[in-house]
Design a binder for this molecule. Sequence first.
Ligand code: ATP
Length: 204
Amino acid sequence: MLGILGGTFDPIHYGHLRPALEVCEALGLEQLRLTPLKDPPHRGAPHCTPEQRLALVQAAAAAEPRFVVDDRELRRAGKSYTLLTLESLRAELGPDTPICVLLGADAFAEFDTWHRPEAVLRQAHVVVMTRPGAAPPPLHPDRYVTEPAALGRRAGGCIWFHDVTPLDISATAIRRGLRAGRSPRFLLPEPVLDLIRQQGLYPA
Ligand code: ATP
């Protein structure tokens, strides 16, 4: 079973990494793909370039062997639609491997505004990670499963809510802090902070 966590990762932080690892371990995922989005459909342009954000994700993922950086969204022209990523993963993995799309409760609240959400659910499961301040709406309740083992029995189509360690960390707050001259140390991995400093990202 494979997981995928897409994000702007502007920058990547422990609020992405720790919940993703907890889901990985709870569901027994062999691999979790961290997928930076080039052109996120639901928000303004990211502050750092795709290459810079990719480098930050690589620096963050290096410490965890189950985390694999997947740059396919950066290599594709056009909007970063999860469905297109899943179709390209399916072409590699075949129809039977379960794939879990991980997202935070705030992102799940917007799930029905995604490009063809029903088609996303045909290609993969959705795993909703709790996030402080975000109450997930009851979308697609007919898809909910009550035990995570159900995800391993089908290639996709189920929704599972996973309680993760609540970490009230956001990239927005980190960027705001950096611009105000405050250190984001202990909110993100040290190698990510080193890169931010070396490359002068998010200047004051
Ligand atoms: P920004 O503040 O710039 O909007 P962000 O911190 O929300 O960024 P994203 O890259 O937009 O980070 O998030 C990628 C995915 O990770 C989304 O599905 C989001 O819900 C989830 N996520 C981000 N931070 C957390 C967190 N602290 N706890 C749980 N999930 C999170």
